[in-house]
Design a protein around this ligand. Structure first.
Ligand SMILES: [Mn+2]
Length: 434
């Protein structure tokens, strides 16, 4: 049996806006949080005596992290080297240069020849002899068009067509790897991608429009005993047989992960059998407080009381409060800041409720079909400020309605009818394209 720790989406160096500088260390507290989360994973790998660590990609927010962030990352992973635990570092979309191809932030580990470390930056198979026996790892790093396609092949193709071509190529290359596999050895597919069976987490905000979706049917092959995924930040199982899991990120990157559990996977792997356990990590708590003050007689007191009811200590707080424009003066930001100071960090969003907006007039509801004049009359009946003008407005409106409709049309439509038709066809075509 091979014991594996599978973690993913570390994003070390992200979310500094949710932290502050630690005066004792000079480092952003969120980097300390992320480092601690990674330390707990490595501690667990060593304490549980795992045979192998698989990292599913996205080490940093980008391919060129500052040295002190690289050092925080390397400082934890090097403990696995000392413990003789082999490790596969897969390259995610955030680890690649925008141009793709080489230079990923993780390749330094191969260049340095770190013992037991494998960098998964190509679609290939790695055979690793672990303490628990041999294992095969097929790595699929984040795929870009330059990973599997040449420029002439994609010239003039739409994004959708390139995606299709990329999937065709992936099928072929993966099939090639599968045929080379030793059928007697436990095998893991380690991939950084979005599958069609995944529910979107924060990643939809992190890499909008940059990727494509890989159908689980392409990946879920009998030869794999476990599919270790990375990319989606929300922990989830996305296939049952073979078992496929996104462990999710190890710390909250932003507020879209407020309600998600964070952790990693401990896996017991044999040929034809995988047992996975999700191990939660005590990630920093993010909390949104939504408070409506529009009906409050004393808005500041109401706001402070509502915050006092919550336990905000050491949490990342997002305070969203709603109030009327005439209440703005009553909010004392100094007092608000004092009570929020117990939070780890906080942001405040003020939503002003416009006094002009009011509920739709019932007589103008969507269900009733009114003549334009009746509708105008109903509107004017509710506008006391226009009372003096009501008669004149109605008369002017009636005058407009009485005008020759053909005369009207001449103002807005092109004179040449044919041209009008052509224009309509064009816009219809554009609509279909959208
Ligand atoms: Mn990713």
């Amino acid at each position: 049996m091979v014991k594996i720790l599978h973690l993913s989406d570390i994003h070390m160096g992200s979310g500094f806006s949710h932290g502050r500088i630690n005066p004792e260390t000079g480092v952003n507290t969120r980097l300390e949080d992320f480092t601690l989360a990674l330390r707990r994973c490595v501690d667990s790998a060593i304490a549980q005596k795992v045979d192998l660590v698989l990292f599913g990609g996205d080490a940093f927010p980008d391919a060129t992290p500052p040295p002190y962030i690289q050092q925080a990352f390397a400082g934890e992973f090097c403990r696995l080297v000392a413990a003789h635990i082999p490790t596969v570092l897969l390259v995610g979309n955030h680890d690649q240069h925008a141009q793709g191809g080489g230079g990923a932030s993780l390749c330094i580990y191969r260049t340095l020849g770190v013992p037991g470390f494998i960098v998964g930056d190509t679609l290939t198979t790695h055979r690793i002899d672990t303490q628990g026996g041999p294992v095969q790892i097929v790595t699929i790093p984040w795929l870009t068009r330059s990973t599997l396609l040449t420029k002439p092949e994609t010239q003039g193709l739409s994004m959708g067509e390139v995606g299709e071509l990329l999937l065709d190529r992936l099928r072929v290359v993966l099939e090639g790897e599968i045929r080379k596999l030793d059928k007697k050895i436990p095998t893991v597919l380690l991939a950084h991608l979005m599958t069609d069976t995944a529910r979107y987490g924060a990643e939809k905000f992190l890499a909008v429009g940059k990727g494509f979706t890989v159908p689980m049917a392409i990946l879920a092959r009998d030869c794999f005993d476990y599919i270790a995924l990375g990319h989606v930040h929300k922990y989830q199982q996305v296939n049952e047989s073979p078992l496929a899991i996104y462990p999710g990120s190890i710390e909250r990157v932003d507020f879209s992960e407020e309600k998600e559990d964070k952790g990693y996977i401990l896996l017991e792997l044999e040929k034809g059998k995988a047992i996975a356990k999700f191990c939660p990590l005590p990630a920093r708590v993010f909390k949104t407080l939504e408070i409506d003050l529009t009906d409050a007689a004393k808005p500041l007191q109401a706001l402070l009381a509502a915050i006092a009811k919550e336990n905000i200590t050491d949490k990342v707080i997002r305070l969203v409060y709603k109030l009327r424009a005439d209440q703005v003066e009553e909010i004392d930001n100094l007092e608000l800041g004092e009570i929020l100071a117990q939070a780890h960090s906080y942001t405040i969003q003020t939503q002003l409720v416009s006094q002009l907006s009011r509920p739709r007039l019932p007589e103008l509801g969507v269900d009733s079909s009114l003549s334009p004049m009746t509708a105008l009359q109903a509107y004017l009946n509710n506008r006391e400020d226009l009372e003096m003008l009501t008669a004149d407005i109605l008369e002017a409106a009636q005058g407009l309605l009485n005008q020759d409709p053909h005369g009207d049309k001449a103002i807005v439509a092109p004179e040449d009818d044919d041209e009008g038709v052509v224009l309509e066809e064009e816009s219809a075509k554009q609509l279909r394209l959208l």
